[in-house]
Design a protein around this ligand. Structure first.
Ligand code: DGP
Length: 114
């Protein structure tokens, strides 16, 4: 079940791509919630966290390592940032291709309302 993110990976539709390798792709969110808002996604079509398998562990590590590198490039590493992965309905996931939000560049609020 492909989503619009597969078209972004394959460059069939335009995006503000900041990184791509054989495992992951990163591009700026179309609706940024902060000065830096980048999505880091596997090139493999994995709908949700629930669908991650043991063979995906290297790719998941790559997602975190790329997040770290992009945060440094964006100049937000020292001040800090947030990594978010939403899953299914209660997590308000909208696009069913696994993605990690890298959000920063301003003081963020509490992660969850009390
Ligand atoms: P989530 O709620 O975690 O599923 O977040 C999905 C994010 O994907 C949301 O912040 C907006 C972003 N998004 C959706 N469609 C596109 C698109 O076509 N291009 C880009 N760059 N971002 C998109």
């Amino acid at each position: 079940m492909s989503t619009i993110f597969s078209k972004i990976i394959n460059k069939e539709i335009p995006s503000d791509m900041v990184y791509q390798d054989e495992m992951v792709t990163a591009f700026r969110d179309i609706n940024p919630q902060a000065p830096t808002h980048i999505l880091i996604i596997p090139n493999k079509e994995i709908p949700t966290v629930n669908d991650i398998e043991a063979d995906d562990e290297a790719m998941m590590g790559r997602m975190f390592h790329v997040a770290k590198k992009i945060a440094a490039e964006e100049g937000i590493a020292e001040d800090g940032f947030r990594l978010i992965v939403n899953c299914n309905k209660h997590g308000n996931q909208e696009v069913f291709h696994l993605h990690m939000h890298l959000v920063g560049g301003r003081q963020l609020g509490r992660m969850l309302p009390r």
